[in-house]
Write a protein that binds this ligand. Structure first.
Ligand code: FAD
Length: 505
């Protein structure tokens, strides 16, 4: 078979696309499989360019960076990054509301009943106060504090993790330089033709606009919304989820910083969508995500501009998308990673996480031969699960609301949600339980943060709470609240930490 070496083994990986997805994939493969002799080539076209948005991340990225040996201080200085302890949601439950989804716990981790059940029993008492007061990362966000978490599980400083907010245009080049040092070959050019093996339907080679032909065994499609290999060539098909998540446009516009960068992203709900505010070292990233069914482009740009903190640094830039995912992210000898595989609006900063998950799973299942049907099935099963989890969690923000001030909110609040989400909501409504995922994204505290933050108070609490005398629980709550406030007070300033550890000057 042409394109596959005579042994039928996979020795040559060709990545098409040099955005965040392409260079993260290159860095991941080169770091973990390069030493095994794998030949990795990345083709990108400067003329086409990258999407250039995508600045807020989840804590898992630190794990990815650590695994491939990225030096954090160098990475943060190169990408003008800030630390992120959570996301503030403004106007979601009702107009005027604000809550933080922290990257961490409420209360202290325990092996028995989750903390929010104890809190729920006494939530109506004024001395008990909001759930937020029992989360160190929430208090740190509110006060602009940051310090790296402790690894000692007995410490209150071990109750959170952190992510980064960075300049999307500087991230790709950083990963490129790391990948090239680790042996990745980069080719500048536009792929204009794709050759398929007549028998297997596998891709065998790509032709570039200068006539060069590049052969490969495994192809990674990182061509962004183009989906050049996975869709234009293999016609894999797309699961369109706009029925549940109708936002299909975004307008982005960076502005000058109005003050020291805070250690969190802000998502503010509007009439037919929401806007992001991402503080970087040198500027603030902003954008408005909205549904064109309910709002036109001019009105969306006006809302965005009206909410900027500082002087705009560019003209508004409009982007279009269809929420959903490819029917298969791995099809024959093509794996789609990044926007080519699918896109869910950036409300919880999940795209780069999904890229990372795609790379990690590919490394785990890396096919040694072109006969890879089993790996393909497992990869697709796993990635479907990840996308569906993100979809349900995003939809939760729109559905668990009391807002009735626009057609958009009435539509979102009253829609039929997928069964998987309906089941979770019913379970929570009764006694505040959240069915836990074993691992991966959005564990119990994340669901609790959004549900309680958006006023979806459960009817009851875990029956085991009643084993403990009320006085004892109340004493514990008071002690914990004081402990959290004191711990937050002892933390340093986020800006100070950026200056000393991340090249901010
Ligand atoms: P792109 O950046 O579009 O790169 C595509 C690459 O393919 C380019 O290098 C291009 O040159 C190349 N290419 C295309 N066609 C060809 C061809 N024929 N020949 C050769 N090369 C080709 N993610 C987050 O995690 N957090 C966020 O806060 C976030 N915010 C977002 C906001 C918006 C409005 C949008 C739309 C996305 C956001 N994302 C976010 C998603 C994030 O931007 C992407 O996941 C990330 O940038 C990866 O993009 P990509 O590499 O898949 O595609």
């Amino acid at each position: 078979m042409s394109g596959i070496d005579s042994e039928g083994t996979v020795n040559r990986v060709v990545i098409v696309g040099g955005g965040t997805a392409g260079w993260m994939t290159a860095a991941g493969l080169a770091s973990m499989l390069g030493p095994t002799g794998l030949d990795i080539t990345l083709i990108e076209s400067e003329a086409i360019g990258v999407v250039g948005v995508g600045e807020a991340t989840l804590p898992h990225l630190k794990q990815f960076n650590d695994t491939i040996g990225v030096n954090e201080a160098e990475f943060m200085a190169a990408t003008s990054a800030t630390f992120k302890l959570g996301i503030e949601f403004v106007n979601w439950g009702r107009k005027g509301d604000s809550y933080i989804h922290p990257f961490g716990e409420f209360g202290l981790p325990n092996e028995g009943v989750a903390f929010h059940h104890y809190w729920r029993k006494f939530a109506d008492r004024p001395d008990v106060g909001p759930l937020d007061e029992y989360s160190l990362p929430v208090i740190a966000c509110r006060n602009g504090k940051f310090q790296p978490p402790s690894e000692d599980p007995r410490s209150v400083f071990s109750t959170y993790r952190y992510a980064y907010q960075f300049d999307a245009l500087q991230y790709g080049p950083f990963m490129r330089s790391l990948s090239e040092k680790r042996g990745v070959k980069r080719i500048e050019g536009k792929v204009t033709d794709v050759a398929l093996d007549a028998e297997s339907g596998h891709i065998t080679s790509l032709t570039l606009d200068d006539g060069q032909e590049i052969e490969g065994d495994l192809f990674v499609d990182c061509t962004g919304f183009f989906g050049l290999l996975i869709e234009k060539t293999l016609q894999t098909g797309y699961d369109d989820w706009s029925e549940w998540l109708p936002a299909d446009r975004a307008v982005a516009m960076p502005c000058e910083s109005a003050g020291p960068p805070v250690p969190y992203t802000r998502a503010t709900a509007h009439e037919a969508g929401w806007s992001w505010r991402i503080p970087l070292q040198h500027r603030t990233g902003n954008g408005h995500v909205y549904s064109s069914q309910f709002l036109d482009d001019d009105a969306a740009a006006e809302t965005l501009i009206a909410g900027l903190d500082g002087k705009p640094l560019a003209d508004p830039r409009f982007l279009r998308f269809v929420t959903g995912k490819r029917k298969k992210l791995w099809n024959r000898n093509v794996v789609a990673i990044g926007l080519s595989g699918g896109f869910l609006e950036p409300l919880e900063s999940t795209s780069i996480y999904l890229i990372q998950e795609g790379i990690t799973k590919l490394l785990e299942l890396f096919p040694r031969s072109h006969d890879n049907a089993v790996e393909e099935r497992e990869y697709n099963h796993w990635m479907d699960l990840q996308f569906e989890r993100v979809r349900d969690f995003l939809l939760l923000h729109y559905n668990a609301t009391e807002r009735d001030d626009s057609d958009f909110w009435n539509h979102m609040r009253t829609m039929n949600v997928p069964d998987s989400l309906r089941e979770r909501l019913s379970l929570f409504d009764a006694h505040g339980h959240v069915s836990a995922y074993e691992h991966g994204l959005f564990l119990v505290p994340s669901w609790i943060a959004v549900l309680i933050g958006q006023r979806a108070m459960p009817g009851g609490y875990d029956a085991r709470v009643d084993r403990i005398p009320d006085e004892q629980v109340l004493q514990h709550l008071a002690g914990l609240k004081g402990h959290m406030a004191k711990a937050a007070g002892s933390m340093g300033d986020h800006t100070g930490f950026l200056t000393s550890h991340a090249g901010m000057g």
